[in-house]
Design a protein around this ligand. Structure first.
Ligand code: PBG
Length: 313
C-alpha cells in the first residue's frame, strides 16, 4: 500500500572538502558533519558507494588567503575542487560527481557573483566567470555542474559554453528555485563564507520565500535555457514548491535538504527531543512524496546504512 519509496539510489551526499592531508574538521553548527581532505574523502565515498549512494556534491572550504574580490580561485585548475574531482574520478569511477557553480566559497565578500562599486551583484559580468568555472569543473571530470548562484541567464550561457568546448555529456543541474533562506547559515560556516558575507544578504538574487509562481517562472526559463534537472532549495520548507514544479513542468526535479534543516533535526535528536532515524526518514519521505526525484541530504550515507540495517522496516 506504500506510495512512496526511499532508497539509497535517491540520495546525493553533499561533502565539504579542505586542502591538505589526513584532515578532518568538524563543522561547528552541523554536528556529525566534517570537512575532509581529499584522501579521507575517498575512503568515506567508497563506503557510501558500497551502500548504494550514487552521487556526491562537492563544496570547498577555501583557505581565506585564496579568496579575492573576483573569486578567481573558482577557475584555478589546480584548486581544491578540480583536484578532488580528478582523484575521485580515478578512485571511484562509477560515482557521479556533482560540482557547484557559484563564487561564494571563493570571494572575499561571500557573494555568489561579482560586485559593482556600490556593492550590488553584477549579473552579466558574473556570467562570464561562471562559464570559466564550469569549464574548469567539466575539464576536471565533473559529470554534473550545478549552478547555485541564481544569476539570470546562466543556464543558457553555461550550456552554450559547454557544448562549444565539446562537453556535450555534461549535465546541468540548475538551482532553479533557490530561496533567500535563513536555513543556509550552517553551510556558510562550513565553507567559510559566513564571515565574508557578514550582515550582507542574498535577497537581490535569491528568491523571496513568499513566492511560488515565481519559482515556476524561474524553472521554465531554466528548462528553455537547457537545464537537464531542476533543483528546489531548501526542501522541507518548500514541499509545495517541489510538488508544483514537478507536476506542472514534468521535468526531473531534485530537492536539497539544506544545512539548517540538518542542524534542526540533528540538534533535536542529540538533545533527546526527537527520535533519531525515524524523524530523519520521515523528513526525507515527505520530500519524495512531494515529488522530488532525488534528494541532496547530509544524512545520505547514514540513511543508506540505516536502510541496509533494516532500522526502518
Ligand atoms: C551558495 C550555496 C549555498 C548552499 C549551497 N550553495 C548557500 C548560500 O546560498 O548562501 C547552501 C546549502 C546548505 O545550506 O546546505 N552557492
Amino acid at each position: 500500500m506504500r506510495e512512496t519509496a526511499l532508497a539509497p539510489e535517491d540520495l546525493i551526499q553533499p561533502v565539504f572538502v579542505v586542502s591538505g592531508q589526513d584532515r578532518r574538521e568538524p563543522v561547528a553548527r552541523m554536528p556529525g558533519v566534517d570537512r575532509l581532505s581529499v584522501d579521507l574523502l575517498v575512503e568515506e565515498v567508497q563506503g557510501w558507494r558500497r551502500l548504494g549512494i550514487p552521487a556526491v556534491a562537492l563544496f570547498p572550504a577555501v583557505d581565506p588567503s585564496r579568496k579575492s574580490e573576483d573569486g578567481r580561485e573558482a577557475w584555478n585548475p589546480d584548486g581544491l575542487v578540480p583536484c578532488a574531482l580528478r582523484t575521485l574520478r580515478q578512485t571511484v569511477p562509477d560515482l557521479v560527481l556533482v560540482a557547484d557553480v557559484a563564487l561564494d566559497p571563493y570571494t572575499s565578500h561571500g557573494h555568489d557573483g561579482l560586485l559593482g562599486p556600490d556593492g550590488t551583484v553584477l549579473n552579466d559580468e558574473t556570467l562570464e566567470v561562471l562559464v570559466q568555472q564550469a569549464l574548469c569543473l567539466a575539464e576536471a571530470g565533473a559529470d554534473v555542474v550545478a549552478p547555485s548562484d541564481m544569476m539570470d541567464g546562466r543556464v543558457g550561457v553555461l550550456r552554450h559554453a559547454l557544448e562549444s568546448a565539446g562537453y556535450t555529456q555534461t549535465v546541468i543541474l540548475s538551482y532553479a528555485a533557490k530561496y533567500a533562506s535563513a536555513f543556509y547559515g550552517p553551510f556558510r560556516d562550513a565553507v567559510g563564507s559566513a564571515s565574508s558575507l557578514g550582515r550582507g544578504d542574498k535577497s537581490t538574487y535569491q528568491m523571496d520565500p513568499a513566492n511560488s509562481d515565481e519559482a515556476l517562472r524561474e524553472a521554465r526559463l531554466d528548462i528553455q535555457e537547457g537545464a537537464d534537472i531542476l533543483m528546489v532549495k531548501p526542501a522541507g520548507p518548500c514541499l509545495d514548491v517541489i510538488a508544483r514544479v514537478r507536476r506542472e513542468l514534468g521535468w526531473p526535479t531534485f530537492a536539497y535538504q539544506v544545512s539548517g534543516e540538518y542542524a534542526l533535526l540533528e540538534s533535536g535528536i542529540r538533545n533527546g527531543l526527537l527520535e533519531g532515524p525515524r524523524a530523519v526518514l520521515e523528513s526525507l519521505v515527505a520530500i519524495r512524496r512531494a515529488g522530488a526525484d532525488a534528494i541532496l541530504t547530509y544524512y545520505a550515507g547514514r540513511v543508506a546504512r540505516w536502510l541496509r540495517e533494516g532500522v526502518f522496516s
